[in-house]
Design a protein around this ligand. Structure first.
Ligand SMILES: [Zn+2]
Ligand SMILES: [Zn+2]
Length: 285
């Protein structure tokens, strides 16, 4: 299984000289495995370079999993070139608490006003499919388990398993315990944490929303994002091998992110790294 980061930023793309090392594109992660459809996690602005790269490859079977519909996670979708190439077969999985949705959320984005292409004009090689967060479903030989997260308007996390390897993608979520409670406080997991641990346990990689520092989190607890110390506590309890800090704040420049990377560089169980646009991880087996 190969994991490649095409966009690691939250909220809004931030191109510029002070984001060159970690990248300015918003949420988009590719997971590929031999003989399996390519999984695309979110379609932020990072989906544009991914789409252009996919056109140069032989694989034509894609499974796009959206976490939710905030712009930083879907704004690359209309610019994802494989959508307009009939040689591709694309399944777009959209979380909805009450499927089958009759009013697809993407209809509002692709309505001719925010982008010239309307949803009905997307070629039939692209299939849109609503799932209830919590559903488990296959994507070729890959097993996918979804789970509701904590975020304004809702968000959906995914565990992707191929053979013996698993990656968990949790972006745009608040911690699963209040400050002073649960894993980050060194206590027993809360009920919500127990449910989440069941999904995350033993994963090779956990990609997790750490948009805030702990201090920022305290003043923005209702925004539905987490911070590194919480991610580490969750990953440790779940016996995750490698935690990737993800969905960086637009105000976090390269120096800020290097500082966070340095702070966690020596951590083990789990190993911790900071997601970098263009970065890749190979999971053997
Ligand atoms: Zn976001
Ligand atoms: Zn969001």
């Amino acid at each position: 299984m190969r994991v490649r980061f095409w966009g690691v930023r939250g909220s809004i793309p931030v191109p510029g000289t002070d984001t060159l090392r970690f990248g300015g594109n918003t949420a988009c992660v590719e997971v590929s495995a031999e003989g399996a459809p390519t999984v695309v996690l979110d379609c932020g602005s990072g989906a544009r370079p991914l789409g252009r790269d996919l056109l140069t490859r032989s694989g034509r079977d894609l499974c796009v999993l959206l976490s939710h519909y905030h712009l930083d996670h879907v704004l690359g979708l209309p610019f994802f070139d494989p959508m307009y190439a009939p040689s591709f077969q694309i399944r777009v999985v959209m979380p909805d608490p009450d499927p089958p949705a009759t009013d697809l959320p993407l209809k509002h984005l692709l309505n001719g006003r925010f982008h010239p292409v309307r949803l009905p004009e997307i070629p039939p090689s692209v299939r849109f499919e609503s799932i209830r967060p919590g559903a488990t479903f296959p994507c070729g030989p890959i097993r996918i388990r979804s789970v509701p997260l904590i975020h304004p308007g809702g968000s959906c996390g995914y565990r992707i398993t191929h053979g013996r390897r698993s990656l968990v993608y949790f972006t745009d979520t608040a911690p699963f315990a209040q400050p002073g409670e649960g894993l980050a406080a060194g206590r027993d997991p809360t009920e919500a944490e127990s449910r989440i641990l069941d999904v995350v346990r033993g994963a090779d990689v956990l990609v997790y929303d750490t948009m805030f520092t702990l201090d920022q989190f305290i003043t923005k607890m209702s925004w539905g994002h987490s911070y590194p110390e919480y991610a580490v506590a969750l990953a440790r309890a779940a016996e995750v091998a490698h935690l990737v800090l993800y969905h960086h704040a637009p105000d976090a420049n390269d120096a800020d992110l290097e500082e966070i990377a340095a702070r966690w560089a020596d951590h083990s169980a789990p190993a911790v790294s900071v997601a970098r646009e263009g970065g890749a991880m190979d999971l053997e087996g």
